[in-house]
Design a binder for this molecule. Structure first.
Ligand SMILES: [Zn+2]
Length: 315
């Protein structure tokens, strides 16, 4: 399996969302050291609160304040915290039912080790020194031996000055990606500026990029077939919105291109021709990126357009 590639891959983006009235009150409340829940039609207090009853789907707005103390209902020990987790020392993920709440809140518990954590233990909120209206305004939970809070939560208007109305939640997935045998061969061929697909032994179709199996017949593919480099535009769109971090002037054309010998169209940018002259059937060839093993764009070859019948199965 040594010819199978793998590489670290990081997918990272900020997720911006508006909060709506209930989540806005909840997060603004945390900023003010106040934990709010919402009462459902059957009287259950949900913490964190939601805008609609998960059982009846009725709109909810009956906010109440619950205690900053509660009980661990279940937990899992995290021996090796990762970047941007709430604590940078080993901790327990916990579900905590705050006093007065009917449901449990997911957060972390600062504890010296798993032996110090148990279901049913009493905990309280440790507030962050700087609070902005986010779930991280609760720095963590900590063990607590004092009196429990009131079991009957107090009504709350949910109104605060300068409420938080939106949040930016950073999302990051970092992992080791392995493309598998077939795509490893495909990527290695790209290094030599060749495009290699695989032919299905049953239906004889050539897949580019290869996935290692035929999606129609369900059988493994192994026979490697070099395709292209020229191909035919089977369909296309004109892009008018400039993407961040992409140094391409709009409008430009993005197309499905059936490389000669391939039974699956791949996509790429078309350049070297005014965007409004790109058409189905246009014959194109790749222009490779300098110093990189991928095609930068495709440009017209000057050949006559392909006959529709030659690519209609690939549109
Ligand atoms: Zn097949």
């Amino acid at each position: 399996m040594s010819d199978v590639l793998s590489a670290p891959l990081v997918v990272e983006f900020p997720f911006t969302r508006s909060l709506g009235p209930v989540q806005s009150a909840f997060l603004t409340g945390l900023r003010e050291r106040t934990v709010l829940g919402v009462r459902t039609d059957d009287g259950t207090v949900l913490v964190p609160p939601v805008e609609y009853d998960p059982v009846t789907a009725n709109e909810l707005g009956d906010l109440v304040e619950v205690a900053p103390t509660g009980t661990v209902t279940t937990w899992a020990w995290n021996p090796s915290p990762r970047r941007d987790q709430p604590l940078d020392t080993p901790f327990a993920w916990v579900l905590v039912r705050l006093d007065g709440a009917g449901t449990a809140l997911l957060h972390v518990l600062d504890a010296p080790g798993p032996d110090a954590v148990r279901t049913g233990m009493r905990v309280r909120i440790r507030w962050a020194a700087t609070r902005t209206g986010a779930i991280t305004d609760i720095a963590c939970f900590e063990p607590y031996e004092g009196e429990p809070g009131p079991t009957e939560p107090a009504p709350h208007s949910g109104e605060f000055t300068d409420p938080v109305t939106g949040i930016v939640a950073p999302a990051c997935l970092d992992y080791v990606h392995t493309p598998g045998r077939a795509q490893s061969a495909y990527i290695k061929a790209l290094e030599e500026r060749r495009t290699v697909g695989e032919r299905c032994p049953a239906c004889r179709k050539v897949y580019v990029p290869p996935r290692g199996a035929c999606p129609t017949c369900g059988v493994a593919t192994a026979e490697q077939v070099e395709v292209g480099p020229r191909g035919t535009v089977t369909t296309f769109c004109i892009v008018n919105i400039k993407a961040k971090n992409l140094d391409i002037e709009v409008p430009y054309v993005y197309a499905h291109i059936a490389l000669d010998g391939a039974d699956l169209a791949l996509h790429g940018r078309i350049a070297g021709i005014p965007y409004d002259q790109v058409r189905m059937g246009l014959r194109v060839e790749p222009v490779w990126s300098e110093g990189a093993r991928h095609v930068d764009h495709y440009r017209p070859t000057g050949e006559p357009d392909a006959d529709y019948d030659t690519y209609k199965e690939l549109v």
